[in-house]
Design a protein around this ligand. Structure first.
Ligand code: PMP
Length: 403
């Protein structure tokens, strides 16, 4: 019956973790996984989350279904965290927010909605993604019948932003194109536009009447400041644009496995917001009926309580700080190890990832000789770097790059 079904390729990142788990070398290092680790290399549960869970347990809540769009206290708090008072959109009731199965599910529902309702300027319904981008963006949008295409983003020579190339590409697109932007801490490069560059990007996107779709998987995690990390999203709203904003609570609250996030659609008026919500509900009902309740309850409890919210800000800041300090340490250790190469981009880049500039061959050598696991594009998950392994990592990076 299923003889025609062939073995599919393993996921590039999860395959790496499998190889790491099998490795018996005592000082092995996993820099593939996009999840925060503490300085001992252990997964981290936030204190504000544990406290919220205690309160939820004490409240003896039932396990009834959530509404299709998720609990209102969660949705209101989530939209506020992303948009604050930008352009008064929330106060005017012209934002639709639905809970999503984290960032991935939010992107997928956004894709399905766009495929059905957006008036694409091109026949093959394209979404324009930065090169490179999170690898899952491609299959997510393809599965919605939307064709992933690219615009310039990363400059290999500077390990920074190819701003000129990006602007030229966005300018060349047909008016009204759908453009995906990483709100902050771009994955995989760690390279973000400056606020001034965001202003220029916003002006161009507005002038071209493109539809901005913000993937905001790292709010708070990039700089440690939720408002700063939402700067681009809010600026686009202030300029009168109507972006899609997809949130994830995987990284900033460490709720990876709870699968909690939100899709926000900024519209012109409450009637539009209501019509869009009704259509999103029809789509979600057919996809998974209604969202999981536990993660949404945790997020709502934390965001709606002053003390827990303050604790969240402090804890997110601490995670971002640890990563920043490891960037500094890694650059210092590379110099100490004797590397004469310019590694300053490691410190310039932002968020969980560092696009190291290591070649595929150098990565292969790190894996086979040094038991250091990372994706073949040279992306280092900085969350996997700790005081205990930074020196070893620097030595290995120097050894494979000192030709
Ligand atoms: N977008 C980007 C850019 C990401 O890096 C990730 C996580 N790796 C996601 C979305 C989705 O993650 P999740 O589904 O856990 O929210």
């Amino acid at each position: 019956l299923w003889a025609h079904v062939q073995q599919g390729p393993p996921d590039p990142i999860l395959g790496l973790t499998e190889a790491y788990n099998k490795d018996t070398f005592p000082n092995k290092v996993n820099l593939g996984v996009g999840a925060y680790r503490d300085d001992e290399g252990k997964p981290h549960v936030l204190q504000c989350v544990t406290e919220a869970e205690k309160r939820l347990l004490d409240a003896h809540l039932n396990k009834e279904y959530a509404s299709i769009q998720g609990p209102k206290d969660f949705r209101d708090a989530s939209a506020k965290l992303a948009l604050a008072d930008a352009d008064n959109a929330l106060a005017e009731g012209r934002v639709t927010t639905v809970q999503s199965i984290s960032g991935t599910g939010g992107l997928r529902v956004a894709g399905i909605f766009l495929a059905q309702f957006y008036n694409f300027p091109n026949k093959d319904r394209a979404i324009y993604l930065p090169t490179p981008t999170w690898s899952n963006h491609l299959p997510i949008f393809r599965a919605c019948g939307i064709e992933p295409r690219t615009y310039s983003y990363y400059d290999k020579n500077t390990c920074g932003l190819d701003f000129k190339g990006m602007m030229q590409d966005l300018d060349k697109l047909e008016n009204g194109s759908v453009v995906l932007l990483h709100a902050c801490a771009q994955n995989p490069t760690g390279v973000d536009p400056t606020p001034e560059q965001w202003h220029e990007i916003a002006t161009l996107i507005k002038q071209k009447n493109h539809l901005p779709v913000f993937d905001m998987a790292y709010q708070g995690f990039a700089s440690g400041d939720y408002d700063k990390d939402a700067y681009a999203v809010r600026h686009f709203c202030e300029q009168g644009m109507l972006p899609f904003v997809i949130q994830s609570y995987s990284k900033n609250m460490g709720l990876y496995g709870e699968r909690v996030g939100a899709l926000n659609v900024v519209t012109t008026d409450p009637q539009q917001a209501s019509a869009i919500e009704s259509q999103l509900k029809i789509m979600i009902r057919a996809l998974y009926s209604n969202p999981p309740i536990h993660g949404a309850r945790i997020v709502a409890t934390v965001l709606n309580d002053n003390d827990l919210h303050a604790l969240l800000l402090k804890e997110t800041h601490a995670m971002a700080d640890r990563i920043t300090s490891m960037r500094t340490r890694l650059v210092e250790e590379l110099a100490k190890a004797g590397s004469k190469l310019d590694w300053s981009h490691i410190q310039r880049q932002i968020g969980m990832f560092c696009f190291s500039g290591l070649t595929e061959q150098e990565v292969q050598e790190l894996i086979s000789t040094y038991h250091i696991y990372l994706t073949k594009n040279g992306r280092i998950s900085m969350a996997g770097v700790s005081s205990g392994n930074v020196e070893y990592l620097a030595h290995a990076m120097h050894a494979v790059t000192a030709h």
